[in-house]
Design a binder for this molecule. Sequence first.
Ligand code: BDR
Ligand code: CA
Length: 328
Amino acid sequence: MPQPPYADIMTLPLLVDCDTGIDDAIALSYLAAHPGARITGIVSTGGNVQVEAVHRNNLVLAELLDLDAPIARGAARPLVQEPMYADDTHGPGGLGHAELPEPSRAGDPRSGAQLWVDLARSHPGELVGLVLGPHTNLALALEIEPELPQLLRRLHIMGGAINHRGNTGPTSEWNVAVDPEAAQRVFAAFSTAPQRPVLGSLEATEAVRFTQHELDLFITLAERTGHPVAQILVDALRFYFEFHEADGFGWTAHVHDPLIAAHAVTGEFAGTRPLAVDVELAGTLTRGQTVGDELGRWAREPNVELLTGVRPELFIEHLLGTLETDLR
Ligand code: BDR
Ligand code: CA
């Protein structure tokens, strides 16, 4: 039996930095449902849609999922380059065809970067960071508190494509491509962390491929429970399938972020291997590419644990099983 990564604590305090986003919404729902996870803060980062829309999605989902963690709005734009959005992938509001109610609770007045810093300082050595969107706000937080890598228990990142095509540019993955400078700074700063960050790049997350079977399981969940979040996920997923079909992948959806969340909480569904990774900032064709030094040519210490050997069937069963316990 694999050991849970944090066998010494009952519930893992997590800060989730996300650009919600269809798969981000599934990850948040999963974390809200898992008895071993406690979301202590959410940072809304612009990416899949503008930061205002991401923030609204996070506020509404948190309310419907009964989460009372602070939710802070992040920066309006990436560190250097112009913003870009993926409303073709995630829909104009970020959650596909889902129609959300107005949020009735307010966000936290702090910036996303400040929330990173405050939660890391108030849970020294305990807080697990989960980056499911661009790295902008974590990079800004490092400017306020350069000791963040020492304060966090561990960082888990969905980002990059190592030995795999991109899903944004030919060689770049979305979360890194939106803000390559931020990703580069995070990888560099966390090379001093006591525990290497766990990087779930596309070759791992694209192993999780929903088919009509998984969509049917979500539809059944929504029908049986009548839970508003289950219905939001169904309406969001239908859009995600339509996008993937239009993009040439067939009637399917790559569901990235929940795998990273589940691996962070359970330590299961994939293994890891150490690797030195950096971000291409200057390439005229390859800006935003995550480059992994497989042969040690840079003579640098590995700075990530790369997720590998994903077991998608086990993961999907666990994901649905966890959601079923909570969305009642
Ligand atoms: C990542 O990009 C976003 O569109 C998804 O939410 C995921 O975090 C995959 O490249
Ligand atoms: Ca995301």
